[in-house]
Design a protein around this ligand. Sequence first.
Ligand SMILES: NC(=O)c1ccc[n+]([C@@H]2O[C@H](COP(=O)([O-])OP(=O)(O)OC[C@H]3O[C@@H](n4cnc5c(N)ncnc54)[C@H](O)[C@@H]3O)[C@@H](O)[C@H]2O)c1
Ligand SMILES: [Zn+2]
Ligand SMILES: [Zn+2]
Length: 346
Amino acid sequence: MRAVVFEEVGRVSVRDVPDPRIERPDDALVRVDVAAICRSDLHFLHGKAPLEPGEPIGHEAMGVVEAVGPRVERFAPGDRVVVAFDIACGRCWFCRRGQTQLCEDFRMLGAGIFGGGLGGAQAEWVRVPFADTNLLGVPDDVDDERALFLGDVLTTGFYGAALSGIRDGDTVAVVGAGPVGFFSLQAALVHGAAQVLALDMQPDRLALAEKVGAVAIDVSERHPQMAVADRTGGRGADVVIEAVGDPSALFTAVDAVRRGGTVTVLGMYTSETVDVPAGVWWARALQIRFGGICPVHAWWDRALAEVRAGRIDPLPIISHRLPLDDAPLGYELFDSRAASKVLLAP
Ligand SMILES: NC(=O)c1ccc[n+]([C@@H]2O[C@H](COP(=O)([O-])OP(=O)(O)OC[C@H]3O[C@@H](n4cnc5c(N)ncnc54)[C@H](O)[C@@H]3O)[C@@H](O)[C@H]2O)c1
Ligand SMILES: [Zn+2]
Ligand SMILES: [Zn+2]
């Protein structure tokens, strides 16, 4: 089959690779209808996490079940499904508590040996282990493009809002209006926010945020803390969601939150070390919550219900739809930020 593979730092290609097959009784084989390129794929592209040349990549996909192993109970060939980007066992102590990102057997699609050596989802087919846990059935009235992001960025934004204890009438600020921020803004409205503020420095990202009801704050032009204070009676936002994954964004989030408010960190940190003024944060009685990797399995049903009801709209974030063979171009567009989200159709 055709699949996107990592070639070397800065280069991917589309190659013929061996067809995946059912290897274990819990596996499903999914024929991919549409996949997407994610920020995490760029981490691999840039060599921030090691991949071997020829290793398949990609972890955002939806499609149709082609075959299932004998122990799969919830899915059958022909079912439309979204694939979870994080592959969990569904049975261990953490999985049973809904904290599937902390699974004893945690794996990730398209992440090479660190992801457990599973194949990638930017491919014609993908093998999904523990299919009963790692697939979400898609109802007929939700089309492919609306469903796709439930396996990763959409549900991540929903999770971020859900974790934040948003109360009716709250002001929620989101630092970073990329795909994760875009969905966090919409999810904050679903959770009762009266106003949502999008903080970013990229005009196109801010324009997308405005499309879904956010007030745009360009942090290259305005001091973020002042701009948020202006809209909150001088107090700061009740909740700030950090959707960047950079220490400067974390400090912006802490500056923008009110005393006693909540900062939820969705952005990914790997080896960064941050010095924090612990006494100041303590005296301000801040709640700082690290989301970790999103346990999509525990949240995607609720997120799907919001998509179905039209309260979360994934479509505006999609800027490019390309055939799978054009994946190298898709990576270039996404990496240069000329694209807000690139879909690949095998
Ligand atoms: N927790 C999870 O499971 C999970 C899932 C997906 C992505 N992520 C992480 O979430 C983060 C965002 O993902 P994304 O796909 O939206 O990324 P992205 O890079 O497309 O978007 C980030 C946005 O933040 C803006 N930005 C950068 N620095 C900023 C700053 N200091 N202040 C304000 N805005 C700033 C950028 O202009 C960009 O629009 C990444 O760290 C990603 O790895 C986490
Ligand atoms: Zn992703
Ligand atoms: Zn588990």
